[in-house]
Design a protein around this ligand. Structure first.
Ligand SMILES: Cc1cc2nc3c(=O)[nH]c(=O)nc-3n(C[C@H](O)[C@H](O)[C@H](O)COP(=O)(O)O)c2cc1C
Length: 347
């Protein structure tokens, strides 16, 4: 039975509420960032005051290589959240993604809850978003291409969420023909197509297949942060489910996929459990071009407001500057060159 628009909106609201109130983190698995130590450089020659994170993404100048991860849209509550998140993105000059545009696909009345992001964040890159299930179901891809135009997106994310579709009671775990459809979309789209998971990570072999068909960005969205199996298990009111902690830790995904940069040109995005300044710093040292967070941003916004989200992100980058000073890294490229070690190899 197809889910009605009303039911989808209700489900989206339940997702937001659970992400704010319940513990939907991984239970025993971590993102792996805590397993690394930075290599202290006693002869650093870096001038702390000269470190800058300003860079270019697409045709935009951005101040920090940090992305507010795709989260929401399609409800009145979502519109307000998107309005506030896009204010943060515009002020900080950082990119931002919208949540799944599925409702916009089905009813124009929901367009504003997404469009508000483009309207408010006019000076930064905006990413559109739809799920793999909707891509597979789309006959000629025109409806998907319309979503890109509607948002005036600079790039478009397809989220791969097989685990979530599997556990969700309304889920659609039917992915036959996914890679072929993706390839068609890559060829038809005027903007770069990026791929993300939602918390189970992307393996090296999956990344190779995606890059071979022309995908321009891989956002690993690995395990260790928000468990989307966990969210759906709580919605189902199940007491036990062995898949709560399923997935590849974010640090592992980055370590595996970063070397593919020698062969393919793509943006690598480190996300999934980026909840502290040190998580962010290790994610860059493991090769991320951009780092992204979702749930902690939403929680901070709802509990403390836009200013605190801004302060959180700025604080993380202040810490990163200090790490770069202490490891002798003048810029992020240098930080990516052997500046960390697995703690188990220290002595
Ligand atoms: C409330 C909420 C809604 C989300 N909705 C979407 C979505 O619509 N599309 C998507 O690609 N990812 C969605 N995500 C997943 C995040 O983008 C991210 O990949 C995942 O939560 C892992 O990051 P985190 O550990 O920083 O939360 C959502 C996350 C949250 C917290």
């Amino acid at each position: 039975m197809t889910e009605s628009i009303k039911d989808i909106s209700k489900r989206k609201k339940e997702h937001i509420d659970l992400c704010l109130t319940d513990n939907v983190s991984f239970k025993s698995k971590t993102s792996g960032f805590e397993k690394y130590e930075f290599i202290h450089n006693a002869i650093t020659e870096v001038d702390l005051s000269k470190i800058s994170f300003k860079t270019k993404l697409f045709s935009y100048n951005i101040d920090y290589p940090f992305l507010i991860s795709c989260m929401t849209g399609g409800t009145s509550e979502a519109e307000l959240i998107n309005e506030r998140l896009s204010n943060v993105a515009q002020n900080l000059k950082i990119p931002i993604g919208v949540g799944s545009q599925r409702q916009a696909l089905e009813n124009e009345k929901f367009h504003n809850s997404y469009k508000i992001i483009r309207k408010n964040a006019s000076a930064v890159p905006v990413f559109g978003n739809i799920g793999a299930a909707q891509l597979v179901q789309s006959k000629d891809l025109n409806s998907i291409l319309k979503l890109i135009d509607m948002l005036e997106a600079d790039a478009f994310y397809i989220h791969l969420n097989p685990l979530q579709e599997l556990i969700q009671k309304e889920g659609e775990p039917h992915f036959t023909g996914l890679l072929k459809k993706l390839e068609k979309l890559v060829n038809k789209s005027n903007v770069p197509i990026f791929i993300k998971e939602v918390g189970s990570g992307i393996s090296k072999s999956a990344a190779i297949k995606l890059l071979e068909i022309g995908v321009k960005g891989i956002d690993v969205a690995g395990a260790g942060g928000t468990s989307w199996a966990g969210v759906e298990i709580l919605r189902n009111k199940e007491t036990q489910n062995p898949f709560w902690d399923w997935g590849l830790p974010t640090a592992y995904c980055l370590k595996e996929i970063y070397p593919l940069k020698k062969k393919f040109k793509f943006h690598l995005i480190g996300s999934g459990g980026i909840n502290t300044a040190n998580d962010l710093a290790v994610a860059f040292a493991l090769g991320s071009d951009l780092v992204a967070s979702a749930r902690i941003i939403l929680q901070t916004l709802i509990k403390n407001g836009e200013e605190d989200v801004t302060a959180l992100i700025k604080g993380w980058f202040d810490y990163l500057k200090k790490v770069m000073f202490l490891t002798g890294s003048e810029n992020l490229n240098e930080l990516r060159k052997d500046k960390i070690i697995k703690k188990e190899f220290l002595f």
